[in-house]
Design a protein around this ligand. Sequence first.
Ligand code: NDP
Ligand code: MG
Length: 379
Amino acid sequence: MKKISLLGSTGSIGTQTLDVVSNYREAFQIEGLAAGSNTDLLLKQAREFKPKKVSVATKELADRIREDLPAGTQLYYGTEGLIEIAAGTEAEMVVTAVMGSMGLPSTLAAIEAGKTIGLANKETLITAGHLVTKRAEAKGVKLLPIDSEHSAIFQCLNGERRKDIDVITLTASGGSFRDLNRDQLKQVTVEDALKHPNWSMGAKITIDSATMVNKGLEVMEAHWLFGLPYEQIQVLLHPESIVHSFIQFKDTSIIAQLGNPDMRVPIQYALTYPERWPSSSPKLSLAEAGKLHFREMDFDRFPCLRLAYECGKMGGTAPAVFNAANETAVARFLNREISFLQIENIIEEVLNRHDNKPEPSLEVIEESDRLARELASRL
Ligand code: NDP
Ligand code: MG
């Protein structure tokens, strides 16, 4: 039995992780579940998977569900609660599927406790990649990618030497507005933005796909996960989302990973790694797909991707500030306070006013994150 704790159990990745676990009840045991405010779903999950510990976002929410939890389930809340689920159970693996840079303290705590990380929460690596990878290495902790592109690269690297890589290419669907020009983007609504053509995901990452911020974050995530300079990381538009990413090696050979767009596949690979178990996901038929398309990325159409590369190369606090400004701007867009194109204006303006600090400590990162959010909330 592999013991697992799950941070963000009520979200898109969280519920799909529990789908995978449900298919292999005899192989996995859920030790802890952490949610935000969807207490109805958390209670349902607690009854079904019988974790030893659960956590919710606030004390008020905890008080509301205390009576309804199965006997013997311990209840926690807040940041400490999240850390308890990450580091205070017998789980050998922690799946990090909370949204945003709030995932950082709990992921670091799980690493300190020696847990294998199933990493969905990419913002952790973007804000503090140098600290997270250093601690993981010191602790001998594996970071197993769940993000589909990174899972693809990770799979393509099986049996290969990193020094033989020429370039890795992350594919991008282009998001909800890939066929609109910049003029047409002025009119788009929240509802339009939430309609992703290929993937069903949480709201924030769906907006990030439309702005191409998600791909920018993924470029930084790849930099830290695979230890590659930005010059060796490329992005290519691929509207079908079937080639999840690929590596070109120095001998010109390309190795790619393909599949239907279904997050349960990379989630299951992280849970069963290095084994591959049968999946309930529908099989990909290349005959049915018929044609696959690829297009050069247009950095003028997607300026956030250019900004992300710049921040990544700059390092220091710039990536954390990029991420914090984006999180705040996306929340404001979802709240209908700002237009879609203002998201990129806000990110750019916050970065322009930021004084980058190299090799930041956790405290410096947290302070830069806080200041960036404050500025982004009033621009
Ligand atoms: P969702 O928004 O669907 O889920 C977020 C989860 O975080 C929910 O369980 C939510 O709980 C929980 N949460 C929110 N606030 C708190 C809090 N204060 N304390 C504890 N938990 C909290 O996000 P996704 O599943 O889409 O994404 C999760 C991560 O995975 C992100 O980092 C994303 O970039 C990454 N990712 C997602 C992919 C996808 O297909 N969705 C693909 C690749 C990466 P509640 O709902 O109960 O409030
Ligand atoms: Mg992805």
